[in-house]
Design a protein around this ligand. Structure first.
Ligand SMILES: Cc1ncc(COP(=O)(O)O)c(C=O)c1O
Length: 391
């Protein structure tokens, strides 16, 4: 993994404290300067409008445009997505889809071409149909193998999701961004699965890092949130305008909960991701498990590129059981893993992805999101459920 930290191998780091480590950055991200008698993280500001005598100037005028609780959260996410970079802006949204749509629909016009993943998040076919209805030419390419290069010619925007959900394929962001920029194409990366502690798309050359904050970023399965971090001032102005027009804004309570949750991001990510690798290694020994994927497994098809551009490999693993019935029995036998969609939370979840009908996966395909349980408990539960679900 390409991590600049000098790791002692026992969970501690060497160094002067500068640049600070991920845990330090996460607990302090976006905090205001301390003010006597004020809380460390000011509480949520519930306001539809703000006092505004005289000229209608910012920063806070109307609650659909700006909110002080968003400002602190946007600063926090920006510090994690693009530490030390000037001119980068972050905008928060009501959900990951609101953030994704804000980039696509603010940047693309009738007659433009866009490249989307053919194996990305399952709402993309709906997005595709909407873009086509507006006269945008949509081309698709699978995530693995940098196949996007074949369909890039003349596109206005390249959209990549790496690692992809649920297949966990990875593409070479640096290589794709270089090729895209050589012909004036903007690049957006869905950074949901990796989180900003796992991957920093702007450092790899992307123009936008876009994510669902519903998943591991906030990690408790209790809020929906999205964000866009971008470095192109004009493009981000259009994204901001889109948020104002559509009004897909997070509530102050959600924004505050998200900020509070980011303080434990490094702890959660390191625990969950380490257990995901342990579980993947245990599953590898099982004859009924095929198609096992996790970018952290040294022999995974994604591992080589992932190790060059990711600092952590995520908490999601995927694999296939022989039949749909076997997969259903397995899910039912699990005690520490909830049968639920979504991923990234502190409580493990798993689902038979084929039940939605939107992903090109086998009937027995399972996506499992590893939580913060003790690794030995979780591995024992999964292996027991495999035994109990056998024919
Ligand atoms: C990779 C990815 N991007 C975006 C989204 C959409 O996020 P949200 O559900 O917060 O709208 C999801 C949701 O599962 C996702 O997995």
């Amino acid at each position: 993994m390409s991590d600049s930290a000098t790791d002692n191998g026992d969970g501690t780091r060497q160094g002067s404290g500068f640049p600070p480590g991920d845990g330090t950055r996460a607990v302090r991200a976006g905090l205001p300067e301390p003010v006597k008698h004020e809380p460390t993280l000011p509480g949520p500001v519930f306001a539809a409008h703000f006092h505004l005598p005289g000229e209608a100037t910012g920063p806070y005028t109307y609650g659909r445009d700006e909110n002080p609780t968003w400002t602190l959260l946007e600063r926090a996410i920006g510090e994690l997505e693009a530490p030390g970079r000037d001119g980068v802006e972050t905008l928060v949204f009501a959900s990951g889809m609101a953030a994704i749509s804000s980039v696509l629909f603010s940047q693309l016009r009738a007659g433009d071409a866009v490249v989307l993943p053919s194996d990305g998040y399952q709402v993309f076919p709906l997005v595709r149909a909407q873009l086509e209805a507006y006269g945008v030419e949509v081309r698709t390419a699978p995530t693995g193998g940098d196949a996007q290069l074949q369909v890039l010619d003349g596109a206005k925007l390249l959209w990549i999701e790496t690692p992809s959900n649920p297949g966990l394929d990875v593409c070479d962001v640096r290589r794709l961004a270089e090729a895209a920029h050589a012909q004036g194409t903007l690049v957006a990366v869905d950074n949901t699965l990796a989180t900003p502690l796992g991957q920093r798309p702007l450092d790899l050359g992307a123009d936008f890092s876009v994510a669902s904050g519903t998943k591991q970023l906030t990690g408790h399965g209790d809020i929906l949130l999205g964000y866009v971090t971008g470095r192109d001032t004009e493009a981000m102005a259009a994204v901001r305008r889109w948020r104002k027009i559509v009004g897909a804004i997070p509530g102050p309570m959600e924004a505050w909960l998200a900020h509070r949750s980011i303080a434990t991001l490094q702890l959660r990510v390191d625990r969950q991701n380490a257990t995901a690798l342990i579980l993947a290694q245990a599953l590898r020994e099982r004859p009924e498990v095929t198609g096992l994927r996790h970018p952290g497994l040294p022999d995974d098809p994604s591992h080589k590129i992932a190790s060059q551009q990711m600092r952590r490999y995520g908490c999601v693993i995927s694999f296939t059981l022989p039949t749909r019935a076997r997969a259903d029995r397995f899910l039912e036998a699990l005690r520490l893993v909830d049968d639920a969609t979504s991923f990234g939370g502190v409580r493990s979840t798993a689902e038979r992805r084929g039940r939605w009908g939107g992903d090109a996966v086998p009937e027995g395909f399972i996506r499992l999101s590893v939580g913060a349980e003790d690794p030995e408990d979780l591995v024992a539960d999964v292996l027991r459920a495999l035994d109990e679900s056998a024919d």
